[in-house]
Design a protein around this ligand. Structure first.
Ligand code: GTP
Ligand code: MG
Length: 223
């Protein structure tokens, strides 16, 4: 082939194809990082169950950010679309959400994860001690975990969100309502949602108080 236009097109196609292959490989690596972190939480849950006769974790949800969302986020943040930039700037490609029974469980399992030798804490946002202005509560961690592949070890970032069942139900409903509330009475609805977040937080504290009292009674040696 000596047609320069055809040659250029051929080169460009090869470049695109190779980017697609490398992108798929990177997504596979994030998927494996999710598996590593999910397993770590499952191990902690199993250990707690034996030690304290109850499970601190209710359930774990995982998600891999879809290609469209990655592209949208990079466009919004004015970041050129390269694989290096995804790894460097997009911290939530791999997401693990852990739903706990009680507020103290959130801190116990977060601490138990962070202190593991292979985990590097990149950022921690405590939206429980410092809720967002709309009432959102959750503990957010960006961590890095080494994943061992056949030919290499790669440190992968994972976004971890840890919250109670009550915080999770509020966040899910708020997420659904956010798109609708711009239509009318936006501020009033936002105020109501914030009140609900505070009520829910109060319930979380009371449930923890009840559990603490029950545990104190059941460990009473005079009983
Ligand atoms: P991005 O939102 O991912 O760009 O990062 P950020 O720096 O704003 O991160 P932050 O840790 O504040 O929030 C990350 C994620 O937490 C979001 O993608 C949501 O899943 C969740 N989140 C944060 N704020 C809210 C909120 O007000 N309501 C709900 N429902 N979820 C929230
Ligand atoms: Mg996000």
């Amino acid at each position: 082939m000596d047609n320069p236009i055809v040659n250029t097109m051929w080169d460009q196609s090869k470049e695109i194809l190779s980017l697609v292959v490398e992108f798929k490989e990177l997504m596979m690596m994030y998927k494996c990082a999710i598996k590593e972190i999910k397993t770590k939480f499952e191990v902690l849950d199993t250990e707690f169950k034996i030690r304290y006769q109850r499970n601190p974790i209710n359930f774990i949800n995982t998600r891999l950010k879809c290609t469209t969302s990655i592209i949208k986020k990079m466009t919004r943040k004015n970041i050129p679309f390269t694989l290096e930039n995804i790894e460097k700037y997009i911290h939530d490609v791999a997401g693990v959400r852990v739903i706990c029974s009680y507020v103290d469980d959130i801190y116990s399992i977060a601490e138990a994860l962070i202190k593991q030798d292979d985990i590097k804490l990149i950022t921690k946002k405590d939206y429980i001690a410092h809720p967002k202005s709309n009432g959102y509560r959750s503990l957010h961690l960006i961590i890095s975990v080494p994943v061992y592949f056949a030919e290499q070890k790669k440190n992968m970032k994972v976004e971890v969100q840890i919250r109670t069942i009550a915080m999770d139900s509020w966040a899910s409903l708020e997420h659904q309502l956010r798109y609708k509330q711009q239509i009318a009475n936006g501020e009033e609805i936002a105020e109501h949602l914030k009140e609900c977040a505070e009520l829910i937080s109060d319930i979380d504290s009371r449930m923890l108080d009840i559990r603490t009292k029950i545990e104190a009674n059941s460990s009473d040696p005079t009983e």
